[in-house]
Ligand binder design. Structure first.
Ligand SMILES: [Fe+2]
Length: 291
């Protein structure tokens, strides 16, 4: 089966007055002054949707950060931009930290209200079965007043062990927004940005012997690695942001990956890069560009 994967499109819409207080003010200022916000655009996401239609995968997955500041307007805009994809293909989604950006968004979970049909309705871990593949989504998004780190709630981790054992798919794919590895291959253990209970997740995964692939996002520059788990290795892939405009001087653009998976696991990785107009196969092969 062929699985398309994109992440971190960070759809933005202007804030209404009532939405401004608190972390959103900090976030909006940060996006404006750091120039990070300026890099994301609807036209790239529209091109991404066209690319996914052309690639015609069996399933499409997204590892979160649909929005920048988790407002209702951003979720509605993301819905409109992504509708060509989920109207045509099975679609599976997990939240990112920006989808639970404020304490109120973390409590009210607007992502579940808008996209609940694709997350599994807000109950995690969520198992989405397609033929010989099971996608197991976990929610690592939580509110933190300053940090972008994530945490998988303890009860979700305990259920994850049972779910991975009881699910009988020959090949399981874990979807989680936060990375387990850094681009260098080192463990992702920064307190400010990474999964604070990474070690607990790894001990649950150690006994998951049909886990064939781990997909994540969060870092906007893509990379792939290999996670060692109790004598086995599992490939880990982050395509990089799917919503960034192309800026050659910063060696930056949007990407989408397509994986070919058999019952035994991952066979092939393709990566397509936004060339300013459309997504084209990455020159030199997946991740060859270093962008
Ligand atoms: Fe993120």
């Amino acid at each position: 089966m062929r699985v398309a994967h994109f992440t971190d499109i960070h759809v933005r819409r202007p804030l209404r007055l009532a939405e401004i207080p608190g972390k959103r003010l900090l976030g909006a200022a940060n996006l404006a002054y750091s120039g990070r916000g300026a890099g994301f655009s609807d036209r790239v996401v529209e091109a991404l949707a066209r690319a996914v239609l052309d690639l015609s995968p069996d399933v499409v997955v997204c590892t979160g950060d649909l929005t920048a500041l988790a407002t209702r307007a951003e979720f509605e805009a993301a819905w409109t931009l992504l509708s060509p994809i989920f109207e045509r293909f099975p679609f599976v989604l997990v939240p990112g930290n920006h989808d639970a950006y404020t304490s109120s968004a973390a409590r009210k979970r607007p992502i579940e209200r808008t996209f609940g049909a694709f997350t599994g309705g807000g109950a995690y871990p969520a198992v989405h079965r397609f033929g010989y593949l099971s996608f197991v989504g976990v929610d690592s998004a939580r509110f933190h007043p300053i940090f972008a780190s994530g945490r998988i709630p303890g009860p979700v981790l305990s259920r994850l062990g049972d779910v991975l054992r009881e699910d009988d798919a020959p090949c399981q794919v874990l979807l989680v927004h936060h990375p387990l590895l850094r681009a260098s291959g080192e463990p992702a253990t920064r307190r400010t940005r990474d999964l604070v209970n990474r070690a607990d997740l790894l001990s649950v995964l150690a006994s998951a012997d049909r886990l064939g692939l781990i997909l994540h996002g969060h870092e906007h520059r893509g990379y792939r690695g290999v996670l060692s788990l109790d004598g086995r290795t599992v490939p880990v892939v982050n395509p990089g942001s799917g919503g960034l405009e192309r800026v050659p001087e910063h060696r930056r653009t949007a990407h989408v990956c397509v994986y070919t998976l058999a019952e035994e696991g991952l066979i092939d990785v393709e990566r397509h890069a936004f060339d300013g107009q459309a997504f084209v196969p990455e020159p030199g092969g997946a991740f060859a560009s270093g962008w």
